[in-house]
Design a protein around this ligand. Sequence first.
Ligand SMILES: Nc1ncnc2c1ncn2[C@@H]1O[C@H](COP(=O)(O)OS(=O)(=O)O)[C@@H](OP(=O)(O)O)[C@H]1O
Ligand SMILES: Nc1ncnc2c1ncn2[C@@H]1O[C@H](COP(=O)(O)OP(=O)(O)O)[C@@H](O)[C@H]1O
Length: 278
Amino acid sequence: MLFSFSRCIVCPALPISLSPCRATQAPRSADLLPPRASAATHHAVERPSPLARLPPRSSASTAGEDRVLQMSSTVPKSSNIFWHDCPVGKTDRQKLLKQKGCVVWITGLSGSGKSTLACTLGRELHTRGKLAYVLDGDNLRHGLNKDLGFAAEDRAENIRRVGEVAKLFADAGLLCIASFISPYRRDRESCRALLSDGSFIEVFLNMSLELCEARDPKGLYKLARAGKIKGFTGIDDPYEAPLNCEIEIKELDGVCPSPSDMTKQVVAYLEDKGFLHE
Ligand SMILES: Nc1ncnc2c1ncn2[C@@H]1O[C@H](COP(=O)(O)OS(=O)(=O)O)[C@@H](OP(=O)(O)O)[C@H]1O
Ligand SMILES: Nc1ncnc2c1ncn2[C@@H]1O[C@H](COP(=O)(O)OP(=O)(O)O)[C@@H](O)[C@H]1O
């Protein structure tokens, strides 16, 4: 896989650092939104973002804005490149698989049940003889995205890469299940824009912070409350709720639907929209 990089700094005494990034958008106050400026202070505990090493281009703009503009990896940096079509296309693969490629994008707070839904849904689709593949935030941060932290621009780059990978999977004819906090609306919308034919299905796990924090299976909320993790989504970092998602799954009176009920809701949508047939 190729990524484009817009700028590098070469210092004889240091390793070369190359990093892309993309713009993010201001948060909404109703959505657990501490000031966006907190993104700049994320690194008290985690290692510094590779993106943060790049200096701004002009002193007039803010460092974050300028870096995002100058490094936008959605702008191709290569020249003399040509699209190469292959004789076997998406339609052929979909016929073979008897399904239609799509991306089921699950977004929500840490602890909202994203991974649980992704796995339960993946299992249900598999049982139905459908080829699905789960891309999970924690997992991809062990490999493809291991150079990224949790500053806003790192999260944006994380989601940009995943969006591109998910698009390839959908093109391969798979039912791609992406499970990421993906806290910024703009980043999610960029992924949606990669799939223009209604095959981006955004699933919002609309669980309250109280519920997620009570679950806290990894103890991360406790650490964030104790100030041991900075920039934790929902505590001192924003989460921008979707405005027009395809599926919203909510708790009712503090009770969350079971994984099986959530899965049924998503499968019913996929069935209704024809993704489970060629
Ligand atoms: N600062 C901070 N904020 C939020 N989450 C954190 C943070 N640090 C580590 N983690 C762990 O990383 C998991 C989220 O990774 P994602 O790739 O989904 O995040 S993002 O979409 O780029 O925001 C998330 O996994 P889930 O709990 O499954 O959501 C956490 O385990
Ligand atoms: N629908 C649900 N009902 C009850 N508990 C759930 C449900 N979904 C997830 N959980 C539990 O909540 C915790 C967080 O779920 P997880 O899938 O890891 O969330 P996320 O991936 O969003 O961080 C886990 O302990 C999981 O077993």
